[in-house]
Design a protein around this ligand. Structure first.
Ligand code: CA
Length: 228
């Protein structure tokens, strides 16, 4: 799965420039022309990083950043703010806005992508082609999973679920958190759907003796614990 970048910018020209440059660099791009639209998009599909313009009609870029930081779902999502003047950057730095980086317009898309890559690396977001934990290997390019060198078939939901769990070994996720991140917050799905997909994953991993890597945490949810 390609890394997804959400661009929040009302100026069409800049949005298109970013969309084009990011697309060419191999990223999936989501576009929003307002903070309101961005918030709706995030509920449908959680991006890996958000580029926010300071000056937006309605809710400002700064206010959007604050809201994202207050929300459990987007609390640690990397944010890059675009500003029109360096004074705005100074203002941003003077309070804890939770912004990971700033770019002053006009900026070079190449420079922006270099910074974005650095941030994604730091935050452990899926910028790497391959994720391998405990004998399970996810290849984001081909969207394939292999276990102990053998390719296994999984559906897209199982893939996303396993990816999320593998990115955070030993972390316990509640069913509702898994629903938000894997299925998207705007879809109404019952929590037991998570159990169905976990069962499917375990069935796939069982022949390799790895089904126990996905553990049930009683009355809470699930966690991925790779065997040593
Ligand atoms: Ca703007």
């Amino acid at each position: 799965m390609a890394t997804t970048i959400l661009v929040v910018e009302d100026e069409l020209e800049i949005r298109e420039l970013l969309s084009f440059s990011l697309g060419r660099a191999g990223y999936d791009v989501m576009e929003a022309d307002s903070a309101e639209m961005a918030l709706n998009l995030i509920n449908t599909r959680l991006p890996d990083l958000i580029i926010i313009d300071w000056m937006l009609p309605g809710i400002s870029g700064v206010e959007l950043a604050k809201r994202l930081r207050r929300d459990e779902l987007t609390q640690v999502l990397p944010l890059i703010m675009l500003t029109a003047r360096s004074e705005e950057t100074d203002t941003l730095k003077s309070f804890d806005s939770g912004i990971d980086d700033y770019m002053t317009k006009p900026f070079s898309p190449k420079e922006l992508i270099a910074r974005l890559k650095a941030i994604l690396r730091r935050s452990g977001s899926p910028d790497d082609e391959v994720l391998e934990v405990g004998g399970i290997r996810l290849d984001h390019g081909s969207h394939r999973i292999s276990v102990n060198g053998e390719t296994v078939r999984v559906g897209p939901t199982e893939y996303r679920l396993l990816e999320l769990l593998m990115r955070h070994p030993d972390r316990v996720f509640e069913r509702s958190q898994l629903l938000d991140r894997v299925w998207g917050r705007s879809t109404y799905i019952e929590e037991r759907t998570v159990d169905v997909h976990v069962l499917r994953l375990r069935k796939i991993l069982k022949p390799f003796g790895l089904d126990t890597a996905i553990q049930t945490v009683r009355s809470v949810g699930y966690r991925f614990t790779p065997s040593t």
